[in-house]
Design a protein around this ligand. Structure first.
Ligand code: ZN
Length: 202
């Protein structure tokens, strides 16, 4: 099982990090060991002084596929959830400056939090409101309609390079409002105005 992640998929987030608008999706991977086990708190790793949250819509692949056409991409998933792509921003900035891969900043143990799975058919995935509340304050609020590359486009694009297998996950990028975590923060992932999952930071 692999976790495919998309960077820079919301214009407002690209601007807040002073990144360039991508001319194609920015893609990176996390290993399966990145998944935070259910019920665990998130521990800020000792190698970062700027550990940031990124709330994202996560798609679960349910069929084997390769070179998937965008118009058929919807057949390859029927479940989604919200997740957090935890990022050691200080380390990522150092690596980016040196032109090195991001994995140490993005793919460490516990860096992928997942909420409970939802049926795609119960929601309008093209216009999905989601966000993150930190200690009672809304810090991120996004809508999937604002993605630069839609879910189906992303599946078409990534499957040019990687065969998609049952159980693979696709993190689809984060909207604006990312920020640093503090010990004891309580994170609440919001889907259509309701709490989907909660996570304590240690
Ligand atoms: Zn992300």
């Amino acid at each position: 099982m692999k976790i495919i992640c998309i960077g820079r998929n919301y214009a407002d987030h690209v601007k807040e990090l002073s990144n360039q608008m991508p001319s194609e999706p920015v893609v990176f991977l996390k290993p399966d060991s990145a998944i935070l086990p259910k019920g665990n708190a998130f521990f800020i790793p000792e190698f970062s002084n700027n550990l940031q949250y990124e709330v994202e819509i996560v798609i679960r692949i349910n069929r084997l596929g390769k070179h998937i056409e965008e118009k058929f991409a919807h057949r390859y998933y029927d479940q989604f959830t919200l997740g957090i792509d935890f990022t050691a921003r200080d380390l990522q900035s150092e690596l980016k400056a040196k032109g090195l891969p991001w994995e140490k900043a993005k793919a460490f143990d516990g860096s992928a939090f997942l909420g409970p799975w939802q049926k795609v058919s119960d929601y309008d995935l093209q216009h999905l409101n989601f966000g993150l509340v930190r200690n009672g304050d809304t810090v991120q609020a996004g809508n999937s309609a604002d993605m630069l590359y839609s879910i189906d486009k992303l599946i078409a694009e990534v499957s040019k390079y990687f065969s998609l297998k049952i159980g693979d996950l696709l993190f689809t990028g984060t909207p604006a409002g990312v920020g640093a975590l503090q010990t004891n923060d309580l994170l609440s992932l919001q889907l259509e105005g309701r709490k989907l999952a909660e996570l304590r930071v240690k």
